[in-house]
Design a protein around this ligand. Structure first.
Ligand code: 5GP
Length: 192
């Protein structure tokens, strides 16, 4: 998606540890017009996949999920990182290893918000090693829901998450795939 690639080139900052900072438009300060265009692009790609729910993980995915859901006219549900008490086994839980913080955390999702009837589009801001996505896929699996697709704003193509998900057969759309980045340059994978 050229609009997103151009914005990354203009405002993205490469930080030590292979971290791309895009907090002035994607995950701290939010460019709502850009997010709306991202939502429209996910709709163009997944419109015929019978999506009934948009799933993401707090906090960065929520704005993207909401702007996407407007186009699909379906609800958003997000996995929580804070521990909630699993009274009566009423939540699905999974463990995720955080790329940015380097430690494990639990995610939880209330069982009433994901059912076997759901066809889920999972969205997130970044895909790196794929650990956050594995947690979300695990939650869908526990719910018996169908994963209709995965929509990512920025995939870091030099980390294995994206290619593993493609190999596993998921319909994965990454709007920008960064193949290389350092202090001086950043290049994208060509996509059709
Ligand atoms: P993964 O679990 O695929 O290794 O990493 C994905 C998660 O880590 C995303 O939810 C995102 O919040 C965070 N993340 C991974 N790489 C980056 C990055 O380069 N920049 C930022 N801002 N977040 C990242």
């Amino acid at each position: 998606m050229k609009l997103l690639e151009d914005r990354i080139l203009r405002d993205g900052q490469v930080r030590p540890g292979n971290v791309l900072k895009v907090d002035c438009f994607l995950n701290h300060q939010l460019d709502v017009k850009l997010l709306d265009a991202i939502g429209a692009e996910f709709y163009r790609i997944f419109a015929n996949d019978g999506v009934t729910k948009i799933l993401t993980i707090e906090a960065s995915g929520i704005a993207i999920a909401c702007m996407t859901a407007r186009h699909f006219n379906v609800p958003v549900v997000f996995a929580k990182k804070a521990k909630s008490k699993n009274i009566d086994g009423d939540v699905y839980t999974s463990v995720v290893h955080s790329f940015t913080y380097g430690k494990d955390y639990d995610i939880t999702l209330s069982k009433k918000f994901l059912t076997p009837e759901d066809r889920v589009l999972i969205v997130d801001d970044f895909l790196a090693n794929g650990k956050a996505m594995k947690g979300l896929l695990d939650v869908c699996h526990q719910a018996g829901a169908t994963v209709a697709g995965i929509g990512i704003c920025i995939e870091k193509g030099f980390q294995p998450g994206g290619d593993e998900l493609r190999k596993a057969g998921y319909k994965l759309a990454s709007l920008a795939i960064v193949d290389h980045m350092d202090d001086h340059s950043l290049t994208f994978r060509q996509q059709d």
